[in-house]
Design a protein. Structure first.
Length: 83
């Protein structure tokens, strides 16, 4: 079984109100020195078979058609080493 991690983040030019809310809360909780926070999504996808280029391409297509909105989000797909 192969496992891939898809990380989805808002594009830099897109406002991130959730990230700004976290950034505003951190000093109130005693955390200093944080300059910026961006909030995203993480998906862990397991597929049959071994990790290979075809499965990586399949997961990339999943990300661009369902998991991320490519107009406002960027994503990365990373194979995860077996445990």
């Amino acid at each position: 079984m192969a496992r891939y991690v898809v990380d989805v983040m808002p594009k830099r030019e897109i406002l991130d109100p959730q990230g700004k809310a976290v950034l505003g809360a951190l000093p109130r909780l005693g955390f200093a020195g944080v300059n910026d926070v961006r909030q995203g999504k993480r998906f862990e996808i397991e597929v049959d078979g071994e990790a290979d280029d075809q499965r990586l391409d399949d997961v990339r297509r999943m990300a661009e058609t369902l998991l991320a909105n490519p107009v406002i989000e960027d994503f990365t797909v990373t194979p995860e080493a077996p445990a």
